[in-house]
Design a protein. Structure first.
Length: 315
């Protein structure tokens, strides 16, 4: 019973570890988004002086400066929103991060990772190995095994109660000391007592009940193992899909940056406008934001996978 309770605690601990790890990656993603928002704002601010000089020389219309000022204000607003999101994720993460007194502790921004760990694909061989490990390590399965062991003992006891009572006894007696003797010499008595009630319906009923409970536990154990198998397979599929998404979005980011550089070169030659340059920069930033989200989703999927295999409990 104590062992079964420990596995129940381990199951809840696994849920908490998974939730904490997923919230951690959300916090890391929020920090990376601030870097993108700051870079986008710096581009517009650095370009503003150049545009003002070009307007004074008559090379550009004043509306170009106005459009760039609008872009600066828009990007400042986006940066404020990004900073607010980082604060919100930090507050949420403090539910899992505590000081020595047990009070929620908001992590400082200097603890943020400068970059996500590089994603790795999940091989079929690793998945098969992890399925076997999960079958041994998942708390619900280990708890069911303890429960089956308990019920097996109850079933054996019930079966034992159905059989007859057979008692073998042996007695030895001898009077010693002063006083009247009630026995002379050694007296030895032995025998065998056999009892079989005519009515055994109560014992047979308990046996049937115990065997039925054991069958139920066996069925629950089979279902639990099937559930663990599906959990690992689904989590593995999510990891592979997230890995592929990261690769595709990185190609999109690369293409968006090339288009942005080309548009900026056209603007320097007078073949484009500030509006189109701004659109290209926003498209690159949007792709960068989605790359951050894809990386966060990948690491969240990894957290799900490590929870499904119970590897999180080893940390």
């Amino acid at each position: 019973g104590i062992q079964g309770a420990e596995f129940t605690i381990a199951k809840e601990r696994l849920k908490i570890f998974k939730a904490a790890l997923k919230q951690y990656w959300e916090w890391v993603a929020a920090g990376r988004q601030i870097d993108v928002a700051k870079g986008l704002l710096q581009l517009a601010e650095q370009r503003n002086q150049q545009l003002e000089d070009s307007v004074k020389l008559g090379q550009l219309a004043p509306v170009e400066v106005t459009d760039n000022l609008r872009a600066i204000l828009q990007r400042r607003s986006a940066l404020v929103n990004a900073e607010r999101y980082l604060q919100a994720t930090s507050i949420e993460l403090s539910l899992f991060l505590r000081d020595l007194a047990g009070e929620p502790l908001q992590p400082a921004s200097d603890r943020l990772l400068r970059a996500f760990p590089e994603p790795e694909n999940l091989s079929l061989e690793q998945e098969k190995f992890d399925v076997a490990q999960a079958m041994q390590a998942r708390p619900e399965i280990r708890g069911m095994l303890i429960k089956r062991q308990q019920q097996s003992v109850e079933t054996r006891l019930a079966r034992n109660q159905v059989g007859p009572d057979v008692d073998l006894f042996f007695n030895y007696s001898r009077d010693v000391g002063e006083g009247r003797l009630s026995r002379r010499g050694n007296e030895v008595e032995g025998g065998l007592r056999f009892e079989l009630p005519v009515q055994r319906r109560k014992a047979l009923g308990k046996q049937t009940q115990a065997e039925a409970k054991l069958s139920i536990i066996e069925a629950e154990l089979r279902f639990a193992r099937d559930r663990v198998l599906l959990d690992v397979q689904d989590a593995a599929s999510a990891v592979r899909a997230a890995y592929q998404v990261v690769g595709v979005i990185r190609e999109e980011v690369k293409a968006a940056r090339q288009l942005e550089e080309a548009e900026r070169a056209r603007f320097d030659l007078g073949d484009s406008t500030q509006f189109f340059v701004n659109q290209r920069e926003l498209a690159t930033a949007d792709a960068a934001f989605r790359e951050i989200k894809a990386l966060a989703d990948y690491h969240k999927a990894r957290a799900e996978y490590e929870a499904a295999t119970a590897r999180l409990l080893e940390r």
